[in-house]
Design a binder for this molecule. Structure first.
Ligand code: HAM
Length: 420
């Protein structure tokens, strides 16, 4: 039996990979504009990092991690997300001591979650994310959100919905937590086993339950926004004020609860409203995580960030019919006829490539006509024909494959001519 690709993963083949390159280049460009620097951390980390960082009660840690022991008996996990590792690296490399604060970082790479694969949900997916560590200015929350929105906008997405919420500070959350326990406790046996377990550990996560979404106690559950203390409420208002200042439209949704434990204050998600997008509409999620650096053993440093997957982004681009152009043009296809010309063309290709031209030739012993066809298929701008006659006269026949025009070009001036 032939071996197949693992479930929930995908090959990104030539033809498709150009979209990825375009998106990745755009992400890098936008991070340069907003002054976020790239950071690369390992694909696997100590399992404990995610248990403590993402949270023991989350679905990610309880059900979705790819964990294993290495030959030395160490417990390791393929990273299910980026934030915990960035915080580890920030602390380990003492980035809190850098002169430039806040520390603004971005990452782009594969994440792994053992989820039930479906449209928009993979077991290996690529996240682009940013983290800003060290500032408690609500303007940085607004900047992080603006960066994500601007990234999507610059790629051509229009049908976006930004949803924000505040989860408040420790004090506000505590008051809300108690109210949630009181609300759900009397009828908790009507809820799924996960929710029953969450009641004491993390009742906020009950609001995120997919199974019990329609239970009447869900809609009437106490809203976090009614429990925000003055500091949290002022902070949230300031974030909204800055979003308004940038003309970024948003909706406040007090039921927005993120699936990871580290959040407080600002939480947000960006959804696609494109028709035919599919059931999972969240493109991007993020928020503030003020206690996480301390939890990881660093100094008490605030942080905010987001992550989005390229897989869902491509799905949204397709749903909105955004053309994904491929500008990677090829300059010329060299057609060598005869042994001498072939010898000459081998060196010619090498020299042209060294001069920065994208060129190709035949390796399949095709006839002249088939070589022209190959040149057109590859999108070459010119076909250059070199036979024995051309070699002795030092002049090649060059056909512009876009206009059909044909002319002679001195072999020694080929580079300039082809770049014309
Ligand atoms: P998250 O909500 O778990 O947050 O994931 C962020 C985004 O990753 C989702 O909105 C979705 O686009 C994408 N995503 C998640 N799981 C999958 C999957 N199985 N297949 C395809 N795409 C997926 C985080 O990961 C946080 N670290 C975000 C963050 C950064 N918060 C603060 N800083």
């Amino acid at each position: 039996m032939t071996i197949q690709i693992p479930r929930g993963t995908q090959d990104i083949l030539p033809g498709e990979v150009e979209k990825w390159q375009w998106i990745e280049e755009t992400a890098k460009k936008i991070c340069q504009l907003y002054q976020y620097q790239e950071i690369r951390t390992p694909i696997f980390e100590q399992t404990e990092l995610f248990q403590r960082g993402v949270g023991d009660t989350t679905d990610i840690v309880q059900k979705e991690m790819y964990s294993f022991q290495d030959r030395g008996g160490r417990d390791l996990t393929l990273r299910p997300e980026g934030t915990a590792a960035i915080v580890r690296s920030f602390t380990e490399n003492k980035m809190f001591g850098l002169p430039n604060q806040p520390v603004k970082l971005y990452y782009l790479g594969p994440m792994f979650r053992y989820e039930r694969p479906q449209s928009g949900r993979y077991r290996q997916f690529v996240q682009f994310g940013v983290e800003a560590l060290g500032s408690m200015d609500p303007a940085i929350d607004a900047e992080v959100i603006a960066l994500a929105m601007e990234f999507y906008r610059s790629l051509g997405l229009k049908r976006l919905k930004l949803v924000i919420n505040s989860l408040g500070d420790r004090e506000s959350r505590k008051a809300h937590r108690n109210a949630l326990i009181q609300h759900f406790q009397p009828r908790i046996n009507e809820f799924c086993s996960d929710c029953q377990e969450r009641l004491e550990k993390n009742p906020l996560r009950i609001l995120d339950c997919k199974k019990d979404r329609k239970h009447e106690l869900m809609a009437s559950a106490p809203s976090i926004l009614d429990f925000l203390n003055d500091d949290s409420s002022t902070y949230f208002k300031q974030v909204q004020h800055y979003l308004n200042a940038m003309n970024i439209e948003f909706v406040v949704d007090p039921t927005l609860v993120r699936g990871l434990d580290y959040y407080n204050h600002t939480a947000f998600e960006i959804m696609s409203e494109a028709e035919g997008f599919g059931a999972i509409t969240t493109l991007c999620g993020g928020g503030r995580y003020n206690g996480l650096v301390k939890e990881m053993g660093g100094p008490d440093t605030p942080g905010i960030g987001f992550a989005l997957s390229i897989e869902r982004l491509i799905q949204a681009l397709e749903a909105e019919d955004v053309p994904m152009e491929n500008n990677k043009q090829m300059n010329a296809y060299i057609i060598a006829l005869g042994e001498k010309a072939k010898d000459y063309s081998v060196a010619l290709l090498q020299n042209l490539r060294r001069d920065g031209l994208s060129v190709e030739r035949d390796y399949m012993d095709r006839k002249l006509k088939a070589q022209f066809k190959a040149a057109e298929r590859l999108g070459a701008q010119y076909a250059v024909i070199i036979g024995d006659d051309e070699l002795s006269s030092g002049v090649a026949t060059v056909k512009n494959l876009v206009t059909g025009e044909q002319k002679e070009m001195a072999l020694e001036n080929l580079k300039e001519g082809l770049l014309d």
